[in-house]
Design a binder for this molecule. Structure first.
Ligand code: FES
Length: 592
């Protein structure tokens, strides 16, 4: 018997796909790369996978979970939880607008300090003698013997296939694109189109791609987009969980991120009028789980003790091995080395780009994300750890939480007795992001609305202004307490291992987009960071992304990254018997 299928029509695009009768709507949205947030990975806990059904809602009545997580008004208006809803008839579904706002997708170009541009690639000119009946050397030998590079070779079959045609079209003169001793492309002698590199930062929440000119060292453009894997779970654990429960789970997550990466690179090339074929080098950084999934390696063993990743060292691949040949057909891909299952190459890259190593004092680097990754340097020793901060600062588990997109409350302040707030782009308030939450908590304590132990007067606190209304309830405050305590407890353990006190910390570097936006004074006020003088706290932007850029512009960085990752002392927090005690000690919202 033929399986029943129904139409699923996405609004406003009207794109129509089919779903099997009884298929979970969230699975359809994931398969079709529709934007949807599924913080709890579809377990019916978070209420974030909400969609508006314009038609077809009545064929599957609301479940008890939906009745618990949606308001009556929402259900009456046609809102449903996509992880609970089964497609039993044709449906018309409105998800969030898939267009990422240009201000968010095109962050401002970062400045990069680099002493010398020395990419992994070189251009070597050659001039070949023409063959005749007395000189029957092959085209390959003719080229190889004309190059001054030691033991040159061609490994790419495609280049070998085209070699006879290329060298004749170029009349035996040209320039070889050398990657070490490998010839990876041949360019006409007079070609002036340039050579380029891309640097990719795969964050759990956000993907960022940079396009750099490998001759001038200039960053030409940068684009970012939400990591589409968020529809499979907000944090790495829920994504690992998904890969373990589904036969093709790793492939599904991998395909989601590849589609977005290919698109971001295409957009960058179009914007900068650069041919995709002229991108010869790409470096990629990310946490260890993101990198495993990108490479199609099961992250299963990262999730449970003794937390063993398949690899952490630096690796070089061809773009086609990663299925990125659509956007970077000629590029080598360098995966930067990570440190452990939960401290990835994003931290190695951040350490290299932020001035952490060059600073002669005791320096703490904190990258605040769903995993708070951090490193502390004392003298020549570097200690690193990762702590499960949870997704609160990225909008997860917060009733009106959101990432920093237009309409997110990003800053809150106290002006006399009045509380004011701003939103990203000044748009109508639709939720609150991490920087706004930290400000709001600090302001509520300052205004006497919230106690340091986390007790609030009434059920919720309401931010109300010309931009709209956003509420922060008791559970939200608890989530912030848990997240900040996890980060502060991780820092405490590192300080203990390094044998230093708060007063000994000369600098705190806040990495990540979030680190750039938070108000250091308020982060200190709620006790998320050790209580140093505020001028010692410096935001360093997307240090991971900039480290990835350095890796395409400066070949020396790769050796430094390898040495660094091998020398960092990883501290496993679950191995500390007193970690829970330290965590509980840090729950209070006070300086310390
Ligand atoms: S409730 Fe549906 S993904 Fe969390």
């Amino acid at each position: 018997m033929k399986e029943a299928v129904h139409k699923v029509i996405f609004l406003p695009s009207q794109r129509t796909v089919t779903a099997k009768r009884g298929e979970i709507l969230l699975d359809v949205l994931r398969r079709e790369s529709q934007p949807v947030s599924a913080v709890c990975g579809g377990r019916g806990n978070c209420g974030k996978c909400k969609v508006l059904l314009d038609e077809g809602s009545e064929a599957f009545p609301p479940t008890l979970t939906e009745a618990r997580l949606l308001t009556r008004d929402e259900i009456a208006a046609g809102y449903r939880l996509s992880c609970q809803f089964k497609v039993m008839t044709d449906v018309r579904v409105k998800t969030e607008d898939p267009k990422v706002d240009s201000a968010v997708s095109k962050p401002s170009l970062p400045k990069i300090m680099i002493r010398e541009i020395s990419p992994q690639f070189r251009l070597e000119e050659f001039s070949l003698s023409k063959p005749d009946i007395h000189d029957q050397a092959s085209d390959y030998s003719r080229l190889i013997s004309a190059l001054v590079t030691e033991r040159p070779r061609i490994d790419r079959l495609n280049l070998l296939r085209n070699l006879p045609r290329i060298i004749r079209e170029m009349d035996y003169r040209g320039r070889a694109v050398m990657y070490g001793s490998e010839v990876i492309d041949i360019l006409p002698f007079s070609d002036e189109s340039g050579i380029f590199g891309t640097a990719i930062d795969i964050g759990t929440t956000t993907l960022a791609v940079y396009l750099a000119d490998l001759k001038s060292g200039e960053i030409l453009a940068v684009r970012s987009a939400p990591n589409p894997q968020s529809s499979y779970g907000q944090d790495v654990i829920s994504r690992i969980d998904y890969t373990m429960k589904r036969d093709k789970g790793v492939d599904e997550l991998r395909a989601a991120v590849l589609t977005t990466l290919n698109k971001l690179i295409d957009d960058l090339c179009r914007e900068s009028e650069v041919s995709n074929e002229r991108i010869y080098d790409t470096s990629i950084v990310g946490n260890t789980t993101m990198i495993h999934i990108l490479l199609g390696i099961s992250p299963e063993r990262i999730a449970s003790s003794p937390f063993i990743p398949a690899f952490t060292g630096g690796k070089v691949f061809e773009s086609r091995e990663l299925d990125l040949e659509e956007s970077i057909p000629n590029s080598k891909i360098y995966i930067m080395p990570g440190i452990s299952a939960y401290v990835g190459s994003d931290i190695t890259a951040g350490i290299l780009s932020s001035g952490f190593v060059e600073d002669s004092g005791n320096v703490l680097l904190v990258d605040i994300g769903t995993n708070g990754e951090m490193a502390l340097k004392r003298g020549g020793l570097i200690f690193a750890c990762s702590t499960a901060a949870g997704p609160a600062f990225e909008g997860g588990n917060i009733s009106q939480g959101t990432i920093a997109r237009p309409g997110a409350v990003d800053h809150v302040w106290l002006n006399g007795r009045d509380i004011g707030f701003s939103t990203v782009n000044g748009s109508k308030a639709t939720g609150i992001c991490g920087s706004g939450l930290i400000d709001a908590i600090a302001v509520m304590i300052g205004a006497g609305i919230l106690t340091e132990s986390g007790r609030i007067k009434g059920e919720y606190f309401e931010l109300e202004g010309p931009a709209g209304i956003v509420r922060i309830n008791k559970r939200d405050i608890r989530e912030v307490q848990l997240a900040k305590a996890a980060i502060r407890a991780g820092v405490s353990v590192l300080m203990d291992r390094a044998g230093i006190e708060t007063r000994d910390i000369d600098r705190i570097l806040l990495a990540g987009a979030f680190g750039n936006y938070i108000d250091p004074e308020n982060a200190l006020r709620i006790g998320m960071l050790p209580n140093v003088p505020v001028e010692r706290v410096l935001p360093v932007g997307n240090a991971a992304g900039l480290g990835a850029v350095l890796a395409v512009l400066d070949s020396g960085i790769r050796e430094r990254a390898e040495n660094l990752s091998g020398s960092i002392c990883y501290v496993e927090l679950s191995g500390r018997k007193d970690f829970n005690e330290i965590f509980v000690d840090n729950l209070a919202l006070r300086e310390g």
